[in-house]
Design a protein around this ligand. Structure first.
Ligand SMILES: C[S@@+](CC[C@H](N)C(=O)[O-])C[C@H]1O[C@@H](n2cnc3c(N)ncnc32)[C@H](O)[C@@H]1O
Length: 270
């Protein structure tokens, strides 16, 4: 740590954040954000780490096509996280990361989007750190940003909105486990992006209207963004749940709510 101009200046390389050098060291775990699905949206650093790994534990929301870039003989372990599919328990994933690293392997945890955006990457980091295993992160392109962009919806737009808020819809608004302040979200006025919210979409939209969001607020759901079967359904916060259900959209999907949905950038999202 160094002092500069009276403020604390932290050397990020000592904090496990990769700046510049990417090599995965033996006995180390690197959490790699794979982006939303298109191999082209994996970062250069993420690809380098994947190519160096001895062991890769991967999710299905990651761009699995990139696994062909791993070294011959690398161990590839499917830990699930398929939408609606089989899951490996988080404690089991943590245990495998630690075990392979302790055996001296270069371990990559290959995840969808960004590891630290509703991705449990922080938990995996903490588990490794608690076990004394060195861990670093290579951030990824989050579906929260890429999904709307690929649908032609800018999250902010000069003269329209200057903010966006990302929330989890994993548990419904009236579920005791929900920690989202839905009244505050309804009142924000900027763009709202809901991840993991397809099952609870009707309840979320109704809750936002109950919290004061005008029912005519524009909204869109983007399913399978960054894949060749991406689908977009548009409506208002009042009509979207019915339209999404009628269209039969399935996870993974994100919902964008706000005036930016009306911008309809020419030629985008088609
Ligand atoms: C467990 S969260 C992981 C988010 C991930 N860490 C990220 O930054 O994108 C999974 C949710 O991300 C969203 N998601 C991930 N990939 C997506 C994609 N290709 N298209 C649409 N939504 C996606 C969906 O809302 C899905 O339910």
């Amino acid at each position: 740590m160094a002092e500069r101009g009276g403020t604390e200046c932290v050397d990020l390389s000592t904090k496990g954040v990769i700046v510049g050098e990417v090599a995965v060291r033996p006995g180390e775990v690197v959490l790699v954000g794979g982006g939303p699905g298109d191999p082209d949206l994996l970062t250069v650093g993420g690809l380098k780490a994947l190519r160096e790994a001895d062991v890769v534990l991967y999710d299905h929301l990651a761009p699995v096509a990139c696994l062909s870039e791993t070294r011959p003989g690398a161990t590839l372990i499917d830990v699930g996280k398929r939408p609606r599919g089989a899951q490996t328990a988080q404690h089991d994933i943590d245990a495998q990361l630690i075990r392979y690293a302790r055996e001296g392997a270069r371990v990559v945890r290959f995840k969808g989007g960004d590891p630290f955006v509703l991705g449990r990457g922080g938990e995996e980091w903490q588990a490794c750190a608690a076990a004394g295993v060195p861990v670093r992160v290579i951030p990824g392109v989050s579906s929260a940003v890429a999904g709307p962009a690929l649908a032609g919806i800018p999250l902010t737009h000069r003269g329209v909105t200057q903010s966006f808020t990302v929330v989890s819809g994993h548990v419904g608004p009236d579920h005791p486990g929900s920690t989202v302040d839905w009244d505050a979200v309804a009142a924000l006025g900027g763009t709202v992006v809901v991840l993991m919210g397809l099952t609870n979409l009707a309840a979320i939209c109704a809750r936002l209207v109950r919290g004061g969001m005008p029912p005519e607020t524009l909204a869109a759901t983007v399913a399978d963004a960054a894949t060749d079967h991406m689908r977009i359904v548009r409506g208002t916060v009042e009509t979207l749940p019915g339209a999404v259900s009628a269209a039969g959209l399935q996870s993974p999907a994100i919902t964008v709510i706000g005036a930016v949905v009306g911008l309809e950038l020419a030629g985008a999202g088609s």
